[in-house]
Ligand binder design. Structure first.
Ligand code: GLA
Length: 696
């Protein structure tokens, strides 16, 4: 039965779920990230020909070709070269660069340059520059200095994007487009025009001030609004309803900013050219489920910064990006050894970047691009990592990139038409994340950290976890867990209950079901509209000063940071964990309750569990839900990912431990990097193996 819902604001999206048996999420019908005529998995780099004499291009492209670099992302900061003065466009140089790359079997992704408006534009039209909170207008010379909400700026963006699309929309060497660069990297503009747009947006959403006043409970602290013009932009702490609506307005602003360019590109470009944006993992400036909706697929920029890759966090960020549109994605940028913007710009260890590139592929990326090819001789990023030094010759790191790119080229066909396939989903919600950030209650509450603890434990068992919007179709999953679903309006509760009634197992974590879509408290106790199905409710929640003992079916351990005192209210509820001696209130009270409902089950975990208890919880959840391992037990430090396609499964195995690990394969398979059949592999530190087996 189709399920539709109206999401959180006037610019809602409608998702449709089909009710199928509780098996596994269906494979995507098509893989838009794989370009017809190109390898199924690609390696690329950001290339800035505008920074170099044309006589140098051939040599750069020759080096790229011999390294098996197949993609360049190009032009995203080159506005002043493409439109040197207002209305005068020069694309001849770019066309020559793109076509020369094509001769070297390198395709181009064109970035629209709207993160870097030229100096003539901002001088002549200073109203296009962003205004910071406190009314300071930013100056020219950095990037992201324009206002995404300025109608005049949008007009310039539309024109340059349209001119580019007219010129390159049919170029066979151009495979797709990236809109702008990392939107939201800078703040919104806080100018008067934007303020009015926000008030108009609120009026369109609420229609009447009575409705707004009621949903925001403005009777509190005399906040009642009698005129739309009285409503402020929230800066710092404010009414939680106003703060959440500001986030929705920011999402709306960037989505319409993006759409302005999509419209003109789609008008002129061949449909085969994709349109994407490069997002930033858990960056939370806007709701990514909404902004990625009109894109062909999502991409992200995967940087470690200081230190070394945390495979669980990085894998989670890949899976978050895959979940934006529930399909494969690209890594539009990744770290060429070191960056320049962190507190300590250490270099990744030898082999670590190769492991990261393969991790991306395992999690569903079909392209990995290094940022950047060669250092610009001046500019803010002079000493960022690169593949080619300022002298134009390779840095040692290029060896590792070439090795990985040669491997991609060698085994690419194994990945054709494949995508990860999971039995387990974790639900993520920007509204809940924001609501928690606005009122953390304990500064230690980290909803992403909690998501990661569920992810790590569940992935360890199942080797594949999807991270999807709470509103996504769920019927394909055997197990769905929502670690901090604080904002849980009625429509969402109905959606989740339908999943449970059909036989699914829903696990809710702490803080779930506390608020409605206006960030107002529900007039029920947690988990709100799901309390009846659970047959239990939260009596009281506690921000913890120190750890609290827990014991029960999952063994013994501790809760930290947050604990909720549960009480069963209906028959059939089973208490799985209880608190031990603590603050008096929690002593001997239920911490985890589970209950059968419809054909399925609903479980509530009211505390943040330690790693050992989390592992036991994951074991119980997966067993109870019939989740099976796709690979089998793994030695410590080894990550396995699986992609599935017609009649085949491809396993990417990576050893992040600092010693060699032996991995026993669940069955004999072809190890395609080493061209041999085997039933076990020895992986050195950062070692990678790719195994191909038939069937599902
Ligand atoms: C971001 C940007 C790039 C570059 C890199 C440097 O991801 O998109 O233009 O500045 O950071 O790490």
């Amino acid at each position: 039965m189709p399920f539709s819902f109206l999401c959180r604001a006037v610019w809602c999206v409608v998702l449709v779920a089909s009710a199928s048996a509780q098996t596994a999420a269906p494979l995507p019908a098509s893989i838009p990230t794989q370009i017809p005529g190109q390898n199924a998995i690609l390696m690329g780099t950001a290339w800035y020909p505008e920074q170099w004499p044309e006589s140098r291009w051939e040599e750069d492209l020759r080096m790229m070709e011999s390294a098996d670099v197949k993609v360049v992302r190009i032009a995203e900061f080159a506005w002043s070269r493409m439109e040197p003065s207002e209305g005068h466009y020069d694309f001849a140089w770019l066309e020559r660069a793109i076509n020369l790359a094509g001769k070297h079997h390198i395709v181009s992704v064109l970035g629209t340059p709207t993160a870097t408006p030229p100096a003539w534009l901002t001088r002549k039209y200073p109203d296009t520059l962003r205004v910071e909170p406190g009314s300071q207008r930013v100056t020219h010379g950095n990037r992201a200095h324009a206002s995404a909400s300025s109608p005049r700026y949008r007009e310039f963006c539309r024109r340059i994007a349209e001119e580019m699309a007219m010129r390159f929309g049919h170029n066979p060497n151009v495979v797709g487009w990236q809109i702008d660069n990392e939107y939201g990297y800078a703040l919104m503009s806080y100018d008067e025009g934007t303020h009015r747009q926000f008030q108009d947006w609120l009026q369109a959403k609420y229609k009447t001030l009575d409705s707004l006043n009621e949903h925001w409970t403005t009777a509190y602290w005399s906040q009642t609004y009698d005129n739309w013009e009285e409503i402020p932009i929230p800066i710092g702490g404010h009414n939680p309803g106003l703060m959440l609506d500001w986030k929705h307005f920011v999402t709306y602003t960037w989505t319409s900013y993006q759409q302005n360019q999509i419209d003109v590109i789609r008008k002129h470009a061949e449909p085969r050219q994709f349109i994407t944006g490069n997002f930033m993992g858990f960056f939370d400036g806007f709701d990514h489920y909404i902004i990625t909706e009109p894109l062909s697929f999502a991409s992200w920029d995967d940087y470690v910064g200081s230190g070394h890759v945390d495979p669980a966090y990085n894998g989670l960020a890949h899976d978050l990006t895959r979940g934006f549109k529930r399909q494969n994605f690209w890594v539009m940028e990744t770290q060429p050894g070191a960056v320049n913007w962190s507190s300590l710009n250490n270099f990744l260890n030898r082999g670590e970047a190769r492991a990261m590139a393969w991790q991306a592929i395992g999690h569903g990326a079909d392209d990995v691009n290094y940022w950047q090819w060669r250092s610009a001789l001046n500019g803010q990023e002079e000493i960022h990592g690169v593949l080619v030094g300022p002298d134009g010759t390779p840095v040692p790191f290029l060896d590792e990139v070439s090795q990985t790119a040669h491997e991609f080229a060698k085994v690419e066909s194994s990945f054709r038409d494949t995508a990860p396939l999971s039995q387990v989903a974790l639900l993520y919600s920007y509204d809940s994340h924001w609501a928690i950030q606005f009122q953390k209650h304990t500064e230690k509450y980290d909803d992403i950290g909690l998501l990661k603890s569920y992810y790590r434990a569940l992935r360890q068992i199942s080797q594949s976890v999807d991270v999807v919007s709470a509103y996504a179709p769920l019927d394909g999953y055997k197990l769905v867990a929502a670690p901090s679903l604080e904002v849980l309006p009625k429509a969402l509760a109905d959606h989740l209950l339908e999943y449970v009634s059909h036989g699914g197992h829903l696990v809710l974590g702490p803080r779930s079901g506390m608020k409605d879509e206006f960030n107002a408290l529900l007039p029920q106790r947690q988990p709100g509209y799901l309390a009846d199905a659970l047959g239990a409710r939260v009596e009281q929640y506690y921000a913890l000063e120190k750890d609290v003992p827990l014991s029960g079916t999952w063994g013994m351990g501790e809760a930290s940071i947050w604990a909720e005192q549960l009480a069963t209210k209906a028959s059939g509820g089973e208490v799985l964990l209880k608190y031990g001696k603590s603050n008096g209130w929690l002593d001997d009270q239920p911490a985890v309750v589970t209950r059968a409902y419809g054909k399925g089950r609903i479980t509530y975990i009211g505390a943040a569990l330690d790693d050992k208890l989390m592992a036991a919880a994951a074991e119980w959840m997966t067993q109870k839900s019939g989740v099976t391992a796709v690979f089998g037990p793994l030695p410590d430090g080894v990550e396995v990912s699986r992609r599935v396609g017609p009649g085949k499964q491809v396993f990417v195995m990576i050893n992040y431990a600092q010693e060699t690990r032996r991995v026993n394969l669940p069955r004999s398979m072809k190890l395609v990097l080493g061209d041999r059949q085997g039933d076990a592999v020895e992986l050195p530190p950062y070692g990678v193996a790719v195994g191909v087996a038939g069937g599902k």
